[in-house]
Design a protein around this ligand. Structure first.
Ligand SMILES: C[S@@+](CC[C@H](N)C(=O)[O-])C[C@H]1O[C@@H](n2cnc3c(N)ncnc32)[C@H](O)[C@@H]1O
Length: 295
């Protein structure tokens, strides 16, 4: 099923503009597992790699990995969370969705048993059977566009939650992580981000997520971890600077400067609370749950 309006998140071309800059480039500054989202620190002294594993485990626990035979990762990046799932539960079948050709090729080259990657939007994904758990980390930021009305934006998010409910077994959980606006509005979204870094994308407000999932999922847990994202970004900045010469050789001066600026602006945004990092565990509600619109 291809959805008509209002779901109009970022197109595959817009996603590839960012994520297909080059796997070798991203490998210079991400952790060895190529995780491209905020980590979770339990202790300040933990490494980035350990903190990324903490984050993956947090989501996998909330998605019910221990009892899962089939797991879906919407926006799977380079597949790190699925690889972690299989370390813990080798017989679980993991399906990952991405719109990045470079990411899909990277995962396919690993030929990991029980990992299936699909170059497909969630809006087009029609599995034969429901999943036992769904995880989506750092992809929700691409599920709406700045030029949409707020009502269309929320309606698009609602279609995502309906997709998740339709493809999740009764009682199953969705574990979601996204950047959200806090002390800022979408009119203040930086033109640099909108044009050069993350085209065709917009962030949610927490209240928009709550409204969009009402009657479809209940929120059972919520963490605001903006300082964890600031910390993650500082690690990425340090790694990028340490590999400056290799990065320049791979992507050239202009792209390198754009990424330096983007990471620096994001550190400030999370440090000051312009943006938040929300992690939500959501329990699927039955189809018969009554829903009364707040609007
Ligand atoms: C910031 S990366 C996060 C990757 C990974 N979850 C991680 O934490 O490392 C965002 C991911 O969302 C994917 N994505 C964006 N829009 C999507 C859509 N409509 N359907 C499926 N994946 C999408 C991108 O292709 C990319 O893999």
């Amino acid at each position: 099923m291809t959805l008509s309006t209002p779901h109009t998140g970022a197109s595959a071309e817009a996603i590839q503009h960012h994520y297909d800059v080059g796997n070798q480039f991203y490998a210079l500054w991400l952790d060895p597992g190529m995780t491209y989202s905020s980590a979770l620190w339990y202790y300040d002294s933990e490494s980035l790699e350990a903190a990324q594993r903490n984050k993956q485990d947090w989501h996998l626990d909330r998605a019910g990995l221990d009892n899962a035979e089939r797991l879906l990762d919407v926006g799977c990046g380079w597949g790190g969370l699925m690889r972690r799932a299989l370390e813990r539960k080798p017989d679980c079948h993991c399906t990952g969705l991405t719109l990045s050709e470079a990411q899909a090729a990277y995962i396919n080259r690993l030929s990991a048993p029980n990992i299936e990657v699909r170059l497909e939007s969630w809006a087009d994904h029609q599995p034969d059977e429901p999943y036992d758990g769904i995880v989506s980390v750092g992809a929700f930021e691409h599920f709406a566009r700045l030029d949409q009305s707020v009502a269309d934006k929320i309606a698009g998010y609602r279609q995502f939650f309906e997709f998740c409910r339709r493809n999740l077994r009764a009682g199953g959980q969705l574990s979601l992580q996204t950047i959200s606006y806090e002390n800022a509005s979408r009119s203040q979204f930086s033109q640099f981000f909108a044009n050069d870094i993350f085209p065709e994308s917009d962030l949610p407000h927490l209240a928009e997520i709550a409204e969009a999932c009402r009657g479809i999922f209940e929120i059972v847990e919520l963490r605001n971890d903006r300082h964890h994202y600031a910390n993650t970004l500082r690690h990425w900045q340090k790694n990028l600077r340490a590999h400056k010469d290799e990065a320049l050789a791979l992507v050239g001066e202009a792209k390198y400067r754009d990424y330096e600026k983007y990471l620096a602006l994001m550190v400030v945004a999370f440090h000051t609370g312009t943006m938040n990092l929300s992690r939500l565990a959501l329990r699927r509600l039955p189809e018969s749950t009554p829903f009364t619109s707040a609007r």
